[in-house]
Design a protein around this ligand. Structure first.
Ligand code: CDP
Length: 216
């Protein structure tokens, strides 16, 4: 591989349950880079509100909850619950919340070790100069199936029809919000994983990133 001296930054964006987290972790391992799952930051704000109170319909209260992010254990199982996911989806639309979490993400992306970040606005807002950008997607039905499997594996209740409705609602909120909406960056490669298993999706992602790094 032709590595330049500039630290490598890889941006992985995509809608809910598209597999971007799995792909980002695999890219981090493959290219030996630190990884940040930025969704966990929004989930940590949501969990803080869920546990200690706060109205997710109130931007001021959501911004205040951002102060608690560093205290949340990133392995806390409740971060992935549907209740917390629903709050995260709502509070992530607030410009004040996005601003409060921006610096933490930007400084991670600026590390001299390089970085892989996954989220919704990495290629567009957090790391617009990333060497490689992937926009990972899959049909809503496939994503709902994956999310059901993931929730059941974690011992959480999940019903396909409910999860599909939730995935669609989250897509609409992520893409429709004014603050950093989910959208493919102009220079991002699209990776549709609807017809791929995990290994195929990871192999395709590595290939796309390698092609970008060679041309750096
Ligand atoms: O895995 P899933 O896509 O369901 O969620 P996630 O990536 O953990 O993100 C949780 C929530 O945070 C989502 O509802 C997104 O709307 C929001 N988010 C965001 O707005 N910007 C990011 N960079 C990452 C997540």
């Amino acid at each position: 591989m032709n590595r330049s001296s500039r630290p490598i930054v890889i941006a992985v964006d995509g809608p809910a349950a598209s597999g971007k987290g799995t792909i980002a972790r695999a890219l981090a391992r493959h290219f030996d880079l630190p990884h940040m799952d930025t969704g966990t930051l929004y989930r940590a704000v949501a969990l803080t509100m869920f546990r200690f109170g706060g109205d997710p319909g109130n931007e001021f209260e959501a911004v205040r909850a951002c102060e608690g992010v560093a205290q949340v254990d990133p392995t806390d199982a409740e971060l992935r619950s549907e209740a917390v996911s629903a709050i995260a989806s709502r509070i992530s639309a607030y410009p004040g919340v996005r601003a409060a979490l921006l610096e933490r993400q930007r400084s991670f992306a600026a590390s001299s070790d390089g970085a892989v970040l996954d989220g919704r606005d990495i290629g567009t807002v957090i790391a617009p100069k990333a060497a490689a950008k992937l926009f990972v997607t899959a049909s809503a039905e496939v994503r709902a199936q994956r999310r059901v499997r993931e929730l059941l594996e974690r011992g959480m209740p999940a019903h396909y029809d409910d999860v599909l409705i939730d995935v669609r609602a989250r897509d609409a909120r992520d893409s429709g919000r004014d603050a950093a909406p989910l959208k493919q960056a102009a220079d991002a490669d699209l990776l549709d994983t609807s017809e791929m298993d995990v290994d195929e999706a990871i192999a395709a992602a590595i290939k796309l990133v390698e092609a970008k790094l060679v041309h750096q």
